[in-house]
Design a protein around this ligand. Structure first.
Ligand code: NAX
Length: 327
């Protein structure tokens, strides 16, 4: 048996946390021979709820669960962690503008970036889920100067998985057969789900669909607006699917993406595909040996370029509105 890995989850008392921590403890993320120690962070008001979650974790008697720590202190939560899943964030309150939300959450991710810088393992894998996820990830990264940009990522995987399911349903093919999907840019309604490179059984999805109007008028808005639709139906935002996407994201980052495929991850832009450095942007990436790299040399249509720039501009606006928060 391997020695335990330390996994921090922030916002662990929240609804995504409740769908996430049991699956991590069951071995769904790091494998059935990998013990884990959970380091769970939440704010003081949520600690009583978190204690209840811990009681339930204990009651599962998970063989792989080697320890649980709970705290309201980011430095304690991130000490020696291998994996940090930053889910906790402030929800948008009544009368709160988007800018106020950026500001309130920005402050959280400054502290958490510093705490990661101070205490996490140097090869820590950090995933930011809490919204606005891409910009929060940028703030955390900039406030952790002794870690590498490659330690950080933000979550596009839920959008990616939603896109796969839309295509599988349209073609009546198993979702596992769909490869090479991309969701570019921001995790917001400006994201660009791109099926131009997607394949199923060696055929191009776009050729099989053969319906540009479906792509533009149905597929793209369906993926962009899926989160809102879930809220309307459930009265709560996506939780189990978000937790599942977070598990997929980390699992692929740790173990590698499957052959002849890639995944969408929010990562630091490096100038690829006309997206200048300085934002966390959803790119198609291949994960290998614990790292990730952007899939190079894809042909990009004019239609795609325009959508990719629109989602980039939104990220620049978000970044510029909280410029003063960068380390
Ligand atoms: P909940 O409101 O159920 O839970 C949030 C938890 O975070 C609460 O327990 C709260 O006490 C805690 N929290 C607040 N401030 C904190 C801080 N400074 N440190 C630690 N914990 C803190 O929200 P939930 O539905 O779990 O969603 C969590 C976040 O994920 C939200 O920001 C949400 O917008 C975001 N999402 C991101 C997605 C993505 O694809 N990137 C998809 C799902 C989700 O909407």
């Amino acid at each position: 048996m391997n020695s335990p890995m330390r996994v921090a989850v922030t916002g662990a008392a929240g609804q995504i946390g409740y769908s996430l921590v049991f699956r991590i403890a069951a071995g769904d993320m790091l494998g059935k021979d990998q013990p884990v120690i959970l380091q769970l962070l939440d704010i003081p008001q949520s600690l009583p709820t978190l204690k209840g979650v811990v009681m339930e974790l204990e009651d599962c008697a998970f063989p792989l669960l080697a320890g649980i720590n709970i705290t309201d202190n980011p430095e304690t939560a991130f000490r020696d962690v291998n994996i940090a899943m930053l889910v906790g964030a402030r929800p948008r309150g009544k009368g709160m503008e988007r800018k106020d939300l950026l500001e309130a959450n920005g402050a959280i991710f400054i502290d958490q970036g510093r705490a990661l810088d101070e205490g996490a393992r140097r090869d820590v894998k950090v995933l930011i889920v809490g919204n606005p996820a891409n910009t929060n990830a940028l703030i955390a990264m900039r406030n952790a100067p002794s870690l590498m940009p490659g330690n950080f990522s933000s979550m596009m995987r839920l959008d990616h998985n939603r896109a796969l399911s839309q295509v599988a349903a349209k073609l009546g093919r198993p979702v596992a057969g769909i490869r090479k999907m991309i969701v570019w840019g921001n995790h917001s309604s400006k994201q660009y789900p791109d099926l131009n490179h997607a394949e199923v059984g060696g055929d191009k999805v776009a050729r099989l669909v053969n319906d540009p109007a479906w792509v533009e008028d149905h597929f793209i808005p369906a993926v962009q607006n899926r989160g809102t639709e879930v809220i309307e139906a459930r009265g709560l935002s996506s939780a189990a699917s978000a937790a599942n996407a977070a598990i997929d994201h980390i699992r692929d980052w740790v173990f590698g993406t499957r052959e002849n495929d890639w995944v969408s991850m929010g990562i630091p832009s490096d100038g690829s595909y006309g997206i200048p450095e300085g934002v966390m942007y959803g790119f198609p990436v291949v994960c290998k040996e614990g790292g990730y790299h952007i899939v190079p040399d894809l042909e990009i249509s004019e239609f795609s370029k325009e959508k990719m720039q629109a989602t980039y501009r939104e990220l620049v606006d978000e970044r510029d509105s909280v410029k003063h928060l960068f380390g």
